[in-house]
Design a binder for this molecule. Structure first.
Ligand code: ADP
Ligand code: MG
Length: 389
């Protein structure tokens, strides 16, 4: 992605650096990051690219090339969420502004910048275009400021920016994955202890993303509603297990014993979380012994649980998963991201990927009259600083 030429056009000089921030997919472990559970994401090649330099002042001047919009705001006055003329910042600008705000709040030195950015991560489709932007801007300010901060800490700061400044109650997974990605690996990430390690993806397989074309909004009440259901489940289960603080603390066996004391809807939501956590543990073991069949079965089971217990799927995503299941080369398939639209992730034998993709696109067209965008993606390294040619 060329962001250097547009930078030169806008700012009439050469940028000092380019930062690439990848999107992410989650192989397994959906809606468990705010329940203290482990997740299994991978950073992908689809990314945001930022070209930037010091502005030489307190001004932050950013152009979103894909939207053809620009903002200028001042380092001194980020709390107001306004540009220098006093207009409310557009939503997209809240992501970089929120990062600047949180870095400053944590006494990390940040400078005024000139920046342009462009991304090929589809917006709002569950591949985390927002976290890619946040972490890439954080790495940008870190590099220009010359301070050190480990990637995990940077991811946490970006999550706080999204929670507190943008106002989206996201977990830590997205920022972690884009910050810490490892090429050809999924990342086992324990969202409670924050320990993580890379787990190799099976040789001869590729990840295939199928974008249903259906869009959702994460700020929607449904997401907050699911979080509230989980909190309620913890509160009720504490009666039987007082020391528990999140759904991570209850094993599937204990859930069999205590789950029946929960109201039916809360029970369904909690059951998804408790079993999904167990599926992630099984999947990472399966990755280590290259048991692709087991991984596939866990992915399919994860989808069924999101559909029937957590109820965050939609017919288009169910259609993509059921079509995938019958296509050549398919190992596993499930919706990825928060749900209510967006993408499915498929683990597919590389040799049959072309046939799989063609079959999925055709089947989806026939069943829904809609066009799915289906493409191979490779697990990639996390946010990187690239030399300017
Ligand atoms: P996602 O699942 O993709 O992270 P979000 O709703 O969390 O979805 O974030 C999408 C938002 O991020 C967009 O509404 C926009 O404000 C911002 N964004 C993402 N990609 C771009 C882009 N290429 N240019 C400008 N803003 C972007
Ligand atoms: Mg997001």
């Amino acid at each position: 992605m060329d962001v250097v030429s547009p930078y030169k056009e806008v700012f009439k000089s050469k940028p000092r650096l380019v930062v690439r921030g990848p999107g992410r997919v989650n192989l397994l472990g959906e809606h468990v990051d705010y329940n203290g559970g482990p997740v299994l994401p991978a950073a992908i090649e689809q990314s945001v690219w930022i070209a930037a330099d010091d502005s030489g002042s307190e001004q932050i001047n950013i152009r979103a090339l894909d939207l053809n919009e620009a903002v200028s705001f001042c380092l001194d006055d980020m709390g107001a969420k306004q540009d220098k003329k006093g207009h409310a910042l557009p939503v997209w600008a809240l992501y970089p502004a929120g990062v600047a705000w949180i870095l400053k709040k944590n006494d990390l030195k940040i400078k005024g910048i000139n920046a342009v950015f462009s991304s090929n991560i589809p917006m709002g489709s569950g591949l985390s275009s927002s976290a890619a932007i946040e972490v890439a801007f954080a790495v940008l300010w870190q590099t220009l400021g010359g301070w050190s901060c480990d990637r995990l800490k940077l991811a946490q700061l970006c999550q706080q920016a999204e929670n507190q400044y943008v106002g989206v109650a996201c977990g830590i997974m997205d920022q972690f994955a884009t910050a810490c990605g490892v090429k050809d690996h999924a990342l086992y990430f324990d969202t409670r202890s924050l320990e993580w390690y890379p787990a190799p993806l099976p040789k001869g397989t590729v990840l295939v993303i199928a974008d249903s074309g259906m869009r959702r909004s994460l700020t929607s009440s449904a997401y907050n509603d699911r979080r509230a259901a989980c909190e309620e489940a913890v509160r009720l289960l504490q009666k039987y297990k007082p020391e528990m603080t999140c759904l991570r603390d209850i094993s599937p066996q204990e859930f069999v014993a205590y789950g029946e004391y929960l109201p039916p809807l809360i029970r369904k939501r909690a059951e998804h979380v408790v079993k999904e956590i167990a599926r992630v543990e099984s999947a990472v073991n399966a990755l280590e012994r290259e048991d692709t069949r087991a991984i596939g079965a866990l992915m399919f089971a994860g989808h069924v649980s999101l559909r029937d217990y957590y109820e965050v799927s939609i017919p288009e995503l169910d259609c993509l998963v059921s079509l995938a299941r019958s296509l050549p080369g398919c190992i596993g398939a499930r919706l990825t991201g928060a749900g209510f639209g967006g993408c499915t992730i498929n683990l597919v034998w590389a040799a049959q990927a072309d046939e799989f993709i063609a079959g999925l696109e055709q089947g989806y067209r026939e069943k829904t009259g809609r066009q799915a965008k289906v493409y191979v993606c490779h697990a990639s390294e996390g946010t990187t600083i690239l030399p300017v040619e």
